[in-house]
Design a protein around this ligand. Structure first.
Ligand code: KIV
Length: 271
């Protein structure tokens, strides 16, 4: 069977066609050249250079500290590793919230300095003017609703969002507004599957779930979580495909042992 994963370059139009054809969209985060190269060659549809880099690459507790310059560094490294997948870059906290002019300036820097294909930013009605201004400059925008980690100090907790009707209603409205503004897709994070289903079915553009269930048009996971590099983070929505922490620890211990035992390097491993 031929899937869109076989086609040369994935674009925002490809994602739209995938939704129309009922083909699920696969998305994973990456922050550097080497992993991006592996994921792209494996056939991933979309790489998200997430501001989760703040957590998994820099060791911060939240996504708030990462800067625009740091996101640009990660994104340009990812771009050098890929051939065919779509690369979306998170606009970091503080790079778009003040006004739409600042938002456009930040988006333009990302596009110019990284070679990425699109940006993602968090929020609905509050950021609508910025979304419109970025899109009017020709930059594709992905929205992000539900649990929006840049607002963690407003929420106070990383628990499931929009369980209550008032918040669910705002999310429905925000999703429509983002679609009308021209977003090519929306990430739905940690909301009830029934609400994500309703929103996904009501929109023409694709939705991508992280903890929003199986009815969305695609799924995204943070690479460190799904590969088991970070093992302390185990939310219910996470499927861990590998325990890389265990595998790496075993390999590094073996290497240490070989060095200490004067087994490495041997005669064939030297000049
Ligand atoms: O930063 C990130 O990795 C994200 C995903 C959780 C969607 O925004």
């Amino acid at each position: 069977m031929s899937t869109h994963s076989d086609t040369k370059k994935i674009t925002t139009n490809t994602l739209q066609r995938m939704k129309e054809n009922g083909e699920k969209i696969s998305m994973i985060t990456a922050y550097d050249y080497s992993f991006a190269k592996i994921f792209d060659a494996a056939g991933i549809d979309v790489i998200l250079v997430g501001d989760s880099a703040s957590n998994v690459m820099a060791g911060h507790e939240t996504t708030l500290p990462i800067t625009l310059d740091q996101m640009i560094y990660h994104a340009s490294s990812v771009i050098r590793g890929i051939d065919r997948c779509l690369v979306i870059v998170d606009m970091p906290f503080g790079s778009y919230q003040s006004n739409s002019k600042e938002a456009l300036f930040s988006a333009v820097r990302i596009m110019k300095e990284t070679g990425a294909h699109a940006v993602k930013l968090e929020g609905g009605e509050e950021v609508l003017e910025s979304v419109k201004r970025i899109i009017s400059a020709g930059v594709p925008v992905m929205g992000h609703l539900g649990l929006t980690p840049q607002s963690i100090y407003k929420f106070g907790t990383y628990t499931v969002r929009a369980r209550e009707e008032e918040e669910a209603e705002k999310l429905r409205k925000d999703a429509k507004l983002l679609q009308e503004a021209g977003c090519f897709g929306i990430v739905l994070e940690k909301i009830p599957a029934s609400l994500a289903k309703e929103v996904s079915e009501s929109l023409v553009i694709p939705t991508i779930s992280i903890g929003a269930g199986k009815y969305c048009d695609g799924q995204v996971l943070v690479m460190h979580d799904m590969l088991g590099i970070t093992t302390e983070f185990k939310p219910r929505f996470l499927r861990q495909y590998l325990n890389l922490q265990k595998i790496i620890t075993k390999a590094v211990k073996q290497y240490i042992g070989d060095v200490k035992a004067k087994d490495f390097p041997n005669d064939q491993e030297q000049y």
